[in-house]
Design a protein around this ligand. Sequence first.
Ligand code: SAM
Ligand code: SF4
Length: 339
Amino acid sequence: MDLVDPFGRTIRDLRISVTDRCNFRCTYCMPEEGMIWVPRSEVLTFEEIERLARIFVERFEVDGLRLTGGEPTVRAHLPVLVGKLAALRVPTHSASPRAGHSPDLALTTNGATFRLVAHELRQAGLDRVNVSLDTLRADRFLQMTRRDELVRVLDGIEAAKEAGFQPVKINAVMQRGVNDDEIVDLARFGRDHDVEVRFIEFMPLDASGHWASADVVTQDEIVAAIDEVFPLEQMTSRGAAPADRWRYLDGRGTVGVIPSVSKPFCGDCDRVRLTADGQFRTCLFATTEFDLLKMMRKGADDNAVAAEIQRAVGTKWAGHQINQVSFVRPKRTMSQIGG
Ligand code: SAM
Ligand code: SF4
C-alpha cells in the first residue's frame, strides 16, 4: 500500500540516521564542543531499525533507504545493519523498478574512515555512496571540518570506487566567502575522478545559528561559474530527486546542484526521515516529531506503528518556508536530524 501525503506525494525514500555522533565537527553542522549526544540506550537498535524499515519497504512500498547521521561509519558493525536491510524485499506487486528486489541502499559519509568498511559494506549489499567533500585545500579542510583529514577523505573516495560502488557521488556544501572560490576546482575534481559532484546550497540547520541567506551560493551562481570553464547542458527532469543535473558538453560526466534554498523542490518531495533516537520526521525542517522508539518499546505491534506512520505522513506540509518571515528553524540541527 502506498504512503501518500495530503498533497498527493507518494513516499518512496526513507533516510535513516544510525547515530548522532560524528568524528568531524563541520562548522556548518556542529559546534566545536558541547554537543549533547543521545544516550546510547535511546538509540534505535539494529533490530528496531530493521523492523521499521520492513514496515516502510514491505508494507508501504518504500524502495529507497539511505543511511546517514551524524557519521554513519562510527556506528559499530554497520555492515550487519546493511545486511539486514538488504534482505528486505519491495513487494512484487509494487510499481517500483525494485519490485521483488531489495530497496536501493545508499549511504552518506564524510569518508574519513570509509576505506576500513568499504568492502564489507559492498559485500553486505550497499549499492551507492555519497562522500562529503567541500574543499580540496588542506588548510581550509581543517578550518571547515575542524579535523585534518583531507588525505583520508580523498582515499575514502578511491576506496569507494575500488569497492565497486556505482555511482560514487561527492556532496559539496557551498558557503559564500568560505569555499565558493573552489566551485570550478571541485567540478574539475569530479571530471578527473569520474565522480558526480553535487553542490548543495547551505541550509539553516547549522548548530551556531549563524546562517544568513547572503551566505547561500545559489544554484544559478554555481552553474554559471562551471559553465564558463566547462560548458554545460541541462539534463531533463529530476523527478523526485533533489539534485538538478547538467552534463558536460565535452562528454566528461555530469554535475548536480541541490537548490534547497533558492529553488525548493518540496513539490516533488518523496522523503521522510528517522532520527537515531527513533523520531519520525516528515521533513528536514519539520518542527514536529513522532516518537516511534517509545511506541515500539511500549510493545506496539506493527499495525499500530504503521498507523502512526500514516498519521504522521498525513501532517507532511507542502514545503519549508526558508525564504519567508514565517520560517521557524527546527530545534535540532543537521547532524541530530540526519542529513
Ligand atoms: N556525516 C555524513 C556526511 O557528512 O556526509 C552524513 C551526515 S551529514 C549531516 C549529511 C550531509 O548534510 C553532508 O553532505 C553535509 O555536508 C550536509 N550538511 C550538513 N549541514 C548542512 C547545512 N547546514 N546545509 C547544507 N548541507 C549540510
Ligand atoms: Fe559530521 Fe557530517 Fe555534520 Fe560534518 S556534516 S559534522 S561529517 S555529520
